[in-house]
Design a protein around this ligand. Structure first.
Ligand SMILES: *Cc1c(COP(=O)(O)O)cnc(C)c1O
Length: 512
């Protein structure tokens, strides 16, 4: 199976396989890789997955996608990805919370966020891919992964890539734009091949300037000649991040049928708390593979550019203010993975996609044609949630169902409730509540977003606050990785400007 460039610039001669595409990260024309074809599973094949352990379900889907590694190797890598590094043998269990509402818990991995689903897996395949490319003489440099993170990706990537051979990793996060717990998780990361920088600016400043570094030819030549280093990306624009996410939607459908919540073949709706559009795009590909998904519900917080886009076909950030909300991993203006969806829905017309992306860069807006807009509206429902409504849902679902949600999950829950029709609804739950204790506490205590905490609470560490919340909620469990953070040494305190020089300077500093 070969890969295409969403900006349509791969010539016939460049055959990008899965392994090559994930090591490259970004396609040569500046677009993103997408598979030439999406494999189809029959409804029986999908439902039969429920009888297998999760790792084998994922392995089967990788094989169908024509991943260019031997079958046995894929299976081994999946078993290393999804084993006792997760705290639930189901890997991503489903909680049935109320009538026809099914919550897919994607946060049972080592960092308690859904990014682990992809980032426990991608590094396994990445190492294997480099090994293969070396064997064939197609790679000689070491790889440096650059990650721009709005919080959860950073830690999950560090954890996935720490101490892997021939790979190092630097993470850039918006200083002041992530939670206390998220920051602590990153700055205490172990491993000899890792670097962490706080950036003055917001997530988009991090992402834009990391992208700049990737596309800066002179900079990349210098890295190659002076350090024998080649850059790559583990951001959700990497196809190796997306494919593991496709697996859990197919798998979740099989589980819903196996547990009797859904009849075989009966369509469900899926609601996803969306930031960079990776998670919901994975659900789209799962649908393309034959998973009976009717509507894709795209849930946003007050940064609701995607809601407007789905409803109007106009993506416009020219007058938008970036807002900090209680769901920081969704505080995004430019949703990079939307580019893949546009490519798929406009008839895979790379020239047109390139035009829209150029418009976005130049004018901070683009407008899709009517046919593409209609296709988007056939597939997607978009809606958004205020900070207050998000908090109200956390409180109500706790009181009514004894189920405690993090603010990202609560955004999706709120939208899902509003949009729920006859069909069962699968809600993607993307973080454990204890990663966002401050705002879960506000929600439970009816303190508005951004309002001060009571003085005795304000002075608590994130860890103590979580213990308090656990007490308030009949001993809700706190994952070990979060409970012990204050006992770990802080290793990284550097900060840098959110500019091309700031980012490139940090990379050079790390390598020297
Ligand atoms: C990354 C993240 C999201 C957004 O996912 P996308 O794939 O970027 O749309 C939502 N919730 C949490 C907790 C996240 O970490």
């Amino acid at each position: 199976m070969l890969y295409l460039d969403t900006r349509g610039r791969i010539s016939e001669a460049d055959d990008y396989s899965f392994t090559k595409a994930i090591v490259e990260g970004i396609a040569p024309g500046g677009g993103l890789f997408v598979p030439q074809e999406v494999p189809h599973l029959t409804i029986d094949e999908i439902c039969d997955l429920a009888a297998l352990p999760y790792a084998q379900r994922a392995a089967l889907i990788y094989e169908r996608f024509g991943v260019d590694l031997p079958k046995e190797r894929i299976r081994e890598l999946m078993e290393a990805s999804y084993g006792d590094n997760f705290d639930d043998p189901a890997i991503c269990p489903i909680a049935n919370v109320g009538d026809g509402m099914h919550v897919l818990e994607l946060w049972h991995g080592p960092t308690s966020a859904f990014k682990d689903m992809a980032l426990q897996c991608l590094p396994q395949f990445f190492s294997a891919a480099i090994g293969e490319l070396r064997k064939k003489g197609e790679a000689k440099e070491d790889i440096l992964i650059l990650v721009a993170t709005s919080g959860d990706t950073g830690k999950a990537a560090l954890e996935g890539f720490a101490d892997r051979e021939h790979i190092s990793i630097i993470v850039f996060f918006p200083a002041g734009g992530v939670s206390d717990m998220q920051r602590l998780q990153m700055v205490t990361q172990r491993g000899d091949n890792v670097g962490v920088w706080g950036v003055h600016g917001n997530f988009d400043d991090c992402q834009t300037n990391v992208k700049f570094a990737f596309n800066d030819v002179a900079f990349n030549e210098r890295l190659a000649s002076e350090f024998n280093i080649k850059l790559s990306s583990a951001n959700s624009i990497n196809w190796g991040r997306l494919l593991p996410q496709v697996c859990y939607y197919v798998s979740a459908y099989a589980c819903l049928v196996a547990q009797g919540s859904v009849a075989k073949g009966e369509p469900i709706d899926v609601c996803v708390p969306t930031g960079n559009f990776g998670n919901i795009l994975a659900a789209y590909y799962a649908k393309c593979m034959g998973t009976p998904i009717a509507r894709l519900v795209c849930a946003s917080n007050e940064n609701n550019v995607l809601t407007d886009f789905i409803n109007s076909g106009i993506y416009d950030i020219s007058k938008r203010e970036f807002k900090l909300t209680p769901s920081p991993s969704m505080d995004i203006l430019v949703s990079s993975n939307l580019e893949r969806q546009l490519f798929e829905l406009c008839g895979r017309d790379g020239e047109r996609v390139k035009g829209w992306m150029d418009d976005l860069k130049r004018d901070k807006r683009f407008v899709v044609d009517d046919v593409t807009r209609e296709r988007i509206q056939e597939l997607y429902v978009g809606d958004w949630v205020t900070d207050d409504d998000c908090f109200a849902s956390i409180r109500e679902v706790w009181r009514e169902h004894g189920y405690l949600m993090d603010p990202h999950t609560a955004v999706a829950w709120t939208v899902a409730q509003r949009c729920k029709g006859e069909r069962p609804m699968l809600v993607a739950s993307t973080a454990h509540w204890a990663k966002f204790g401050v705002n879960v506490f506000r929600a439970l205590q009816e303190i508005p977003a951004g309002a001060p905490l009571p003085p005795e609470v304000a002075q608590m560490s994130g860890i103590r606050l979580n213990e308090l919340i656990s007490k308030m909620t009949c001993c809700q469990r706190i994952p070990a990785g979060l409970a012990n953070l204050d006992k770990m040494e802080v290793r990284f305190t550097q900060e840098t400007e959110g500019t091309p020089d700031g980012i490139e300077g940090s990379v050079l500093g790390f390598l020297e």
